[in-house]
Design a protein around this ligand. Sequence first.
Ligand SMILES: Cc1ncc(COP(=O)(O)O)c(C=O)c1O
Ligand SMILES: [Zn+2]
Length: 399
Amino acid sequence: LTRFTCVFCDEPRPADPRNPFCPDCREPMLVESEGQRKSTRRSSNPLSRFKDFLPVSRVQTDLCLGEGNTPLLSLPNISKRHGLPRILIKNEMLNPSGSFKDRGTVVAVHTAREMGIQRIGTVSTGNMGVSTAAYGSRAGISTFVLVKQDTPREKLISAGIHGARMIQVQGDYGELARLSYSIGKRHGIYFMNSTDPFRIEGYKVIGFEIFSQLRPHTPSAVFAPVSAGGHLIGLMKAYMELQQQGFVSQLPHFVGVQAQGCSPVAEAFAAGRPRVASSRTCRTIAQSISNPSPPGGNIVLRMIRELGGTLLAVGDEEILAAQGLLAREEGLFCLPASATVLAGLLKWRVEGGLSSREPVVLVLTGSGQKNLQAVDPAGLSLHTARLSELDELISGLTA
Ligand SMILES: Cc1ncc(COP(=O)(O)O)c(C=O)c1O
Ligand SMILES: [Zn+2]
């Protein structure tokens, strides 16, 4: 039997996805990790492989779109040029809708199906909306996507094409996220937002895959971008459960990276504050991780401190430089939000963070194709020529 529990008061509660907050602490609850013996299974479907660790009673393959089983890639060119130790990319851009969000959505949609819920929704800066729309259409469930005003056109189209009802909402994003739950209750919509407990369970599978791909090694560090906090909470929870079950003895050093223009969690960490204060202004090129009031912020702070991890913030220039490096030197075109992990690693190295010989894993959360507006065309090698001039132009370029 699945139960929710609150990180702050430790009180177990019924697992009702429409009531995912602790009534006492007002913090998001997580799915309780039960102590019974768990093992991994053989299957090509990652949900089936790690089913013992997940709150799904049966993996329903008709709800799956081929998410997961993403590769761990080395970065030979960047490593050589920057004198870095072994860095590995967990390429979550390869998920069906182009981001890691699919890992969480598929588990949350399993919950909706198991509970007979007819309507789902999400509040999103874009990627989660696209993912929820895709899996909602697959499950034949009507889907509502509430997006911010500044959501790029690519993401609106990518969600809308699946038939989701999209609403561009003006107003405070934090308030919108809170409002969605009461609206959801009134209209029978399960809002599977960023810190939805079942969504977070799905993110654990990224951690489980890293574990099994690197076995018997444990990465010295795992870097992930932080917005609402759900993704990093899932990665940490995965390794904590692996440790509880005796699969690993040591945990990686978890590093959450935010964009300086919107870094309420990293700021609270740096200032030694116990709680995250909402940011009044949020301005960054990393649009998909610009959340001024991250719902999972307090949980991230607490878990990162308990596990001895780190929270960093990187500036837009560092982010764009990292995005360019990955694209030009390694053939990987990711979102600015995702490039924060490489920018964070480079910054952390300067601060003396890199020490172990074990590999560092960077999670590349989403594809660059999703926000072409973030790329400055002036930086591209783009030329024009008449047919008659083409030969001469290419001579010049190959000289
Ligand atoms: C591309 C990308 N990376 C990272 C994140 C951060 O995930 P979370 O909001 O769970 O912290 C998001 C979503 O918000 C995202 O869209
Ligand atoms: Zn509580």
